[in-house]
Design a protein around this ligand. Structure first.
Ligand code: TLP
Length: 341
């Protein structure tokens, strides 16, 4: 199968499996797992923060950030199509007791003036604003890179209002590779950041949250409360170290494959999307002559897996286990399904 459902489907590399086999481990709840400690130090350094914490998933990382920054009854400003709002099963409301304030973005980017407008005045009727969240790359906008200047503008607003900024940087390394902007420049516009080891970087499991020492101390307590205190977690942290040390630069291959796919699909009748939106490893299209189900099912019959993200939109996500040849086959298959157009 050519699995384009997500970059989460990537399998660990041989180097990861070897590192897992040889990992030195200890009880991380006592802070005694040397491999977890090494991963956390490396991760904090790569995103330019004082400290980092390994968590099982991106969702848990984002939610721990919300729990750490916010009190119940406050409001979180975020983009209306962001993962924290759209795909985390209302966890921020359920666990942190916060009210989300979704704002429409432009290609995933939150307009700073809109953010400033949405920050609540001090009024007994209103929930105080407690956090601003951004996402880069932006998944549902099509893997778009939120430009550094847009992040800086939002951060500037946040600083003026003394509010923390959390970045869902699940794919921040994709954003960096595609734009040439250093990860640390993006994360300099944030109070905390979450990024995933288990997406394009290929590790089997794990995400990182990073921020100040105080933030991470409190985040560790929240991780424990949520049952995320992991013992010999060095077993999978070892793969995370390999991911950070060896898998970042190669994301450019996934981006080149997504570009190839986008160019191939753009030439076809029966599909609409803006090929200029394809900046990283995600291609989201809308078929016009077939239903989403028909397109997805016909591709699956030809050995290609995709994911439906709206009743009328389908997503292809390139990843390290999909080659250029696989993409050429995918283009041919879509052409065949659409009737040779
Ligand atoms: N995204 C997954 C699905 O949950 C939709 C995918 O296949 O793209 N932030 C962003 C921007 C994400 O795209 C994801 C996962 C997460 C957070 C959550 O990460 P996990 O799956 O590790 O909880």
């Amino acid at each position: 199968m050519i699995d384009l459902r997500s970059d989460t489907v990537t399998l660990p590399t041989d180097a990861m499996r070897k590192a897992v086999f040889e990992a030195e481990v200890g009880d991380d709840v006592y802070g005694e797992d040397p491999t977890v400690n090494r991963l956390q130090e490396l991760a904090a350094d790569m995103v330019g923060k004082e400290a980092a914490l390994l968590v099982p998933s991106g969702t848990m990382g984002n939610q721990i950030a919300v729990l750490t920054h916010c009190r119940p009854g406050t409001e979180v400003i975020l983009e209306a199509d962001s993962h924290i709002y759209y795909y985390e099963a209302a966890a921020a409301s359920v666990f942190a007791g916060v009210q989300p304030r979704p704002l429409p973005g432009k290609r995933g980017s939150l307009p700073a003036e809109l953010v400033e407008w949405a920050i609540r005045q001090d009024d007994i009727h209103l929930p105080p604003t407690s956090l601003i969240c951004m996402e880069n790359t932006h998944n549902r906008a099509g893997g778009t890179v939120v430009p550094l200047e847009d992040m800086e503008a939002v951060y500037d607003v946040a600083c003026r209002h003394d509010l923390p900024v959390h970045l869902d940087g699940a794919r921040i390394f994709n954003a960096s590779i595609a734009s040439g902007v250093a990860v640390k420049e993006f994360t300099a516009c944030t109070t905390s950041v979450q990024f995933c080891l288990s997406k394009g970087l290929g590790a089997p499991v794990g995400s990182i949250i990073a921020g100040s020492l105080d933030f991470i101390d409190e985040a560790r307590r929240w991780r424990k409360r949520l049952g995320g205190g992991m013992r010999q977690a060095g077993i999978f942290a070892a793969a995370g170290v390999v991911a950070l040390e060896t898998m970042v630069e190669r994301l450019a291959e996934d981006h080149a494959n997504a570009r190839l796919l986008a160019d191939g699909l753009a030439a076809m009748k029966g599909i609409v999307f803006n090929p200029d939106d394809v900046e990283t490893n995600i291609v989201i299209v809308k078929p016009t002559t077939l239903s989403i189900r028909e397109l997805g099912d016909e591709l699956e019959k030809r050995g290609i897996l995709t994911v439906v993200i709206e009743p009328d939109r389908i997503r292809f996500t390139t990843n390290k286990d999909v080659s250029r040849i696989d993409i050429e086959k995918t283009i041919e298959a879509v052409k065949e399904v659409l009737g040779g157009s």
